[in-house]
Design a protein around this ligand. Structure first.
Ligand code: PMP
Length: 445
């Protein structure tokens, strides 16, 4: 009997014993292509020698020093690296241990910023439906996934939600991309006006939506309009790039493709590539100055923030991405993967949408393509596809059920940036078989 509480209480999990390149290996010696990068984490794959070496070196130097007493050379170097490559305007990095911690810290920074500025009335956070920002309580409150939130509603702080920018599900028939971008962004202005412009702290959104909706890129101009609305009312823009950032979509930060710079940005997953738990908040000079000139500190902190081993892993991962020019491979292999997915699924009776950017793609399942009617959530098609894929030595990230009544099951692909053409072909081939087999296994009718 296992004494671990697994995600699914009675699950019998395969035991991972090794990893090499884009593959994980279980105790029975079976190899799995990690086409989901865990959950968009393992950007360099497994067992990368540069990261191993950096971690050994750091362990021999210093594993941990509490940030109330010391800074470390490695944390300073990581912050320098992050800011050197960040969009102009983001000037400080706050290092934490993961995505949820980064979102919590960003929300508290946004609130404290207005307290420092003498605007304590500002208290509302606006976020979007079909979003996920983490499982800690404030991040969960900000997220829009009802399934994840339901049991905890009495514990969640009030957060206000607007519809996301999600063309497949929300763009009206015949509506141009431009009109849709304007309409989707207008929802933010309407919500700000409803709540009172001087009472809103921030708008929080994933630049490309990840786990809940499945690799949903915004339509052109949506975020430029969002930025303008935030500026009009002095509301901070927080972009959550925990999943879509750090190169996943082909640029280091997904917001580069939108032509906007947020006031706060959260990153994690690909930052450390899974070699160590790490996340970060990148913040604007204005927010830093408000703390520096005001109370003198950001009223927050975690025991493991700025952990030297985590910083060493992240710095090695980020330096490797630059040295090996891996963002070019993300773009090239992203295009190739997309082409293959379209060849295999564009005419598939039960694939409604193929979407994404770079090495961040999803396919959404529908019972009926013309009405976009999802499958009955009780069938748990996404779980069946995951199971069938695992049987074929393929990891894909499943997400399912209808979300706020609009969405179908989907699976997410987020393979390591080192993936090669033949490996991408193998991913699509195995996925195609897994999908067909999962659908064939659904009860008739
Ligand atoms: N934000 C986004 C956009 C995420 O996708 C996730 C994790 N899936 C989180 C926050 C939370 O990150 P973590 O699981 O590292 O706490």
């Amino acid at each position: 009997m296992s004494h671990l509480l697994h995600r699914t209480a009675n699950a019998v999990m395969p035991v991972a014993v090794g990893g090499r390149g884009i593959e994980l290996i279980d105790a029975a010696g079976k190899h799995y292509i990690d086409a989901s990068g865990g959950a968009a984490v393992s950007c360099l794959g497994h067992g990368h020698p540069a990261v191993r070496e950096a971690l050994h070196r750091q362990l021999d130097t210093l594993a941990y020093a509490h940030t109330a007493f010391f800074t470390t050379d490695i944390a300073e170097r990581l912050a320098d690296c992050l800011i050197a490559h960040a969009p102009a305007g983001l000037e400080r990095a706050y290092l934490v241990s993961g995505g949820s911690e980064a979102v919590e810290a960003a929300l508290k920074m946004a609130r404290q910023y207005f307290v420092e500025k003498g605007q304590p009335r500002r208290r509302h956070v606006i976020a979007r439906r079909q979003s996920f920002h983490g499982n800690t309580l404030a991040a969960l409150a900000a997220g829009g996934n009802q399934w994840r939130r339901a049991a905890f509603l009495p514990l969640l702080i009030e957060t206000h939600h607007i519809d996301p920018c999600f063309a497949y599900r929300f763009q009206a028939p015949g509506e141009s991309g431009e009109d849709y971008a304007a309409r989707a962004a207008q929802a933010l202005e309407d919500k700000i006006l409803e709540l009172g412009p001087d009472e809103v702290i921030a708008f929080l959104a994933e630049t490309v939506v990840g786990a809940t909706a499945g690799a949903v890129p915004p339509v052109a101009d949506y975020f430029r309009r969002i930025r303008a609305i935030c500026d009009r009312y002095g509301v901070l823009l927080i972009l959550d790039e925990v999943m879509c950032g750090m190169g996943r979509t082909g640029t280091l930060h997904a917001c580069e493709q939108e032509g906007v710079v947020p006031d706060l940005m959260t990153v994690a997953k690909g930052l450390g590539g899974g070699y160590q738990p790490i996340g970060a908040v990148l913040l604007s000079a204005a927010i830093f100055e408000a703390f520096a000139r005001g109370s003198g500190f950001f009223q927050h902190g975690h025991t493991y923030m700025g952990h030297a081993m985590a910083a060493a892993a992240a710095l090695a991962v980020q330096e490797t991405i630059v040295r090996d020019n891996l963002l070019a491979n993300v773009v090239a292999m992203g295009d190739h993967l997309r082409e293959r997915l379209e060849q295999r699924f564009a005419n598939h009776a039960h694939i409604g949408d193929i979407r994404g950017r770079g090495l961040f793609h999803a396919i959404e399942f529908v019972a009926d393509r013309s009405s976009k009617q999802p499958f009955d959530p009780a069938l748990k098609l996404h779980a069946a596809v995951k199971r069938e894929a695992m049987a074929r030595g393929l990891m894909v990230y499943p997400m399912g059920g209808t979300i706020d009544g609009v969405q179908g099951d989907h699976i997410l692909l987020a393979p390591p940036f080192i993936i090669e053409r033949g490996q991408a072909d193998a991913v699509v081939e195995r996925l195609g078989d897994a999908v067909d087999s999962a659908i064939a296994g659904l009860p008739a009718g």
